[in-house]
Design a protein around this ligand. Structure first.
Ligand SMILES: [Cu+2]
Length: 187
C-alpha cells in the first residue's frame, strides 16, 4: 500500500529532471555561444551605515560611452563625497566593511575618473548641496553590466564621508556612510 501511494510521486520525481534537461538543451540549441549581456540595467539601493543618514539609488544602464551611472543620494553632509564600486556585494556589516576594497580586477593604481588607468571601481566624487542632496552622472568605458570586461553586477557601491583626492591607495576618503548591492533592476 505504501508503495502504491509513493509511486506517482516517484514517477514525477523521475520525469521532472528529464523535462528540465530537455528545456535546457533546446535553449542552448537556439545558439548564442558568446557571453552576451542581458542588455538590462542595474540598481544599487543605498542604505546608511551605522550612525549615518545617506541613502538613495545608483543605477547603471547601457548608453553612450559604455555604461552610464546615475546616483541620486540624500542625507549627506554638504560637499564632496567619494563614490566607488567595491569588490563584494556584501552589506552584512553595518560599517560597510564587508564590501571589501575597491573593485580592481585589472590591478591598476587608484585614480580619479579623469585618468583612464584606474580601478574599475573608481567613480570619483559626487557633490552634495547645502541640503545634503547629490545628483551625479558619469559614463564609464572601463566596465560592463555583466559582460566579459569588468562586470559590475553583484558588486557594491560605497559612498564615503569625505572626498576622493586621487591619492594612493584608495583616495583618503575615510569612513563609509552608505552601502548598496549592485543587482539587476526590474525592467
Ligand atoms: Cu570606496
Amino acid at each position: 500500500m505504501r508503495q502504491l501511494l509513493l509511486s506517482p510521486l516517484l514517477a514525477a520525481t523521475l520525469l521532472l529532471p528529464a523535462v528540465t534537461s530537455c528545456a535546457g538543451m533546446s535553449h542552448h540549441g537556439e545558439g548564442h555561444g558568446d557571453h552576451a549581456t542581458t542588455g538590462g540595467s542595474l540598481v544599487a539601493v543605498m542604505t546608511p551605515t551605522a550612525g549615518n543618514a545617506a541613502r538613495g539609488t545608483v543605477t547603471f544602464a547601457p548608453g553612450d560611452g559604455g555604461v552610464v551611472c546615475t546616483a541620486t543620494i540624500s542625507g549627506l553632509t554638504p560637499g564632496d563625497h567619494a563614490i566607488h564600486i567595491h569588490e563584494f556585494g556584501d552589506i552584512r556589516l553595518d560599517n560597510g566593511k564587508a564590501c571589501g576594497g575597491h573593485y580592481n580586477p585589472e590591478g591598476h593604481d587608484h585614480a580619479l575618473p579623469t585618468s583612464g588607468m584606474r580601478h574599475a571601481g573608481d567613480l570619483g566624487n559626487l557633490t552634495a548641496d547645502a541640503a545634503g542632496n547629490a545628483s551625479y552622472t558619469i559614463a564609464l568605458d572601463n566596465v560592463t553590466i555583466d559582460g566579459g570586461h569588468n562586470p559590475i553586477v553583484g558588486r557594491s557601491i560605497i559612498i564615503h564621508v569625505g572626498p576622493d583626492d586621487g591619492g594612493q591607495p584608495t583616495g583618503n576618503a575615510g569612513a563609509r556612510v552608505a552601502q548598496g548591492v549592485i543587482g539587476y533592476a526590474k525592467p
